[in-house]
Design a protein around this ligand. Structure first.
Ligand code: AMP
Ligand code: GLY
Length: 421
């Protein structure tokens, strides 16, 4: 099979790395990929951006791609799956309507409410003045969410009324995020611990993947600004077998059923961001794709043929499929550029990417190769992922490799996976 993977981050490197291991895989193209994807077996980067839907379609037609797999949300929300399917090309991901689960917080909250799925209470505002009136008397902390896609910058947790007014001003009045902030969701602040629960859907059947936990804040102890994710591990002890079943029965199945009521069949990865407090589970958010960096530790533990699963999902053939997992723990540490998640410089040479082994893999998130040298090319640069018999061993293995890698301005959290120990 010829496969096209769309995207350029650590998630896409992990997807490519795993797909290349499949006997079904003959050739992988990655658009646009990074220095890490370029060196995987059977793989070639192609210089087409993930949002260039016409360019991707042209390429897939010319190369007679058998299956395209979409990593990031933007092309999904733009309707890449609809476009490919119209041209008789298999493309794994939700179509434009289904991708609204991430593309519109208002749509997602409405699905949750109508489907009776536990989530924070919320209100929707389309005018700043009415939102301001509400914020004057609401409980604090309060959470403000831009309705549209905002590249991880659309959610503000306000711990004081002043912060809430400031957030409102920046989203709706100053329109810092453009039209993403035209409409606003204001919701109740939830306490507890977050976990990521990702499932693979084929439009009819659904299979849960292994559980995981991300670390969204930049600094140790969950301090500092929100980021795309500074590290993740799998499985998380927060999600016991019992909770796993409860999440499937009370959250995932009713969500898919509510979408079906609206005539929407969900295909591809569906990511539920959950808040768990004393065994009470609520949905914080849905993403219409695999998580980054969750993909890296999750796929390190997958024993099944991932490409076969993706192919079956895209053809609505997941019934009776099971996924086999390595019992070991996997833990990924994200190494980032000084300044991230705000302004940062790129182009620094990276040294010390050590020999990889069966239990250690350095996934590239933002890198490029120029004149034989690997340079930084993003805010999140690498995700060093280790396997171990327990969480502590996975921690040791990932951090031992991480500590050998450096570039000017590199930093990383030192406490990934330490919350539950
Ligand atoms: P999102 O972009 O929706 O994933 O939100 C980003 C982060 O904001 C989440 O990972 C949570 O840490 C936090 N967050 C979002 N909604 C809430 C909420 N209702 N209560 C507390 N924290 C929240
Ligand atoms: N790890 C968070 C995300 O993928 O959105």
């Amino acid at each position: 099979m010829k496969v096209l993977v769309i995207g350029s981050g650590g998630r896409e490197h992990a997807l490519v790395w795993k797909i290349a291991q499949s006997d079904l895989c003959e050739k992988i193209f990655v658009a646009p990929g990074n220095a890490g994807t370029a060196k995987e077996p059977k793989t070639k980067n192609v210089d087409i951006k993930a949002e260039d839907l016409d360019g991707l379609l042209e390429f897939a037609k010319t190369e007679r791609i058998d299956l395209s797999i979409v990593g990031p949300e933007a092309p999904l929300v733009m309707g890449i799956v609809d476009l490919f399917e119209k041209n008789n090309l298999l493309c794994l991901g939700p179509n434009k309507l289904a991708a609204q689960m991430e593309g519109s917080k208002i749509f997602m909250k409405d699905v949750l409410k109508k489907g009776n799925i536990p989530t924070a209470n919320h209100k929707v505002f389309s005018e700043a003045a009415t939102a301001k009136e509400f914020l004057k008397n609401c409980e604090i902390p309060v959470v403000l969410k831009a309705d549209g896609l905002a590249g991880g910058k659309g959610v503000i947790v306000a711990f004081s009324r002043e912060e809430a007014f400031e957030a409102l001003n920046s989203l709706m009045v100053k329109q810092k995020l453009g039209s993403a902030g035209d409409n606003l969701v204001v919701e109740e602040f939830l306490r507890g611990e977050e976990a990521s629960f990702i499932v693979l859907c084929d439009g009819k059947n659904v299979i849960p993947l292994a559980s995981s936990q991300d670390h969204k804040q930049r600094d140790d102890g969950d301090k500092g600004p929100n980021t795309g994710g500074m590290g993740a591990y799998s499985p998380t002890p927060l999600i016991t077998n019992e909770l796993n079943d409860e999440i499937m029965n009370k959250i995932i199945e009713p969500t898919l059923a509510e979408l079906k009521n609206r005539g929407i069949k969900y295909k591809g990865f569906l990511y539920a961001g959950l808040m768990i407090e004393k065994n009470e589970i609520k949905v914080l958010e849905y993403n219409c794709r695999f998580g980054d960096p969750e993909t890296q530790p999750i796929l390190m533990r997958m024993k099944s043929d991932f490409l076969k699963l993706c192919l079956k999902a895209s053809k609505t053939e997941l019934e009776n499929e099971i996924i086999e997992w390595d019992d070991r723990y996997a833990l990924g540490v994200v190494m980032a550029s000084k300044g991230y998640p705000e302004k940062y410089d790129i182009g620094f040479p990276i040294s010390g990417i050590s020999e990889e082994s069966e239990s250690i893999k350095v996934f590239h998130c933002g890198t490029k190769k120029i004149a034989g040298e690997i340079l930084t090319d993003g805010g999140r640069v690498l995700c060093v992922t280790g396997l171990g018999e327990n969480l502590e061993n996975a921690f040791q293995s990932a951090y031992e490799s991480t500590s050998k890698i450096s570039w000017e301005g590199a930093f990383y959290r030192k406490d990934i996976g330490k919350r539950n120990q």
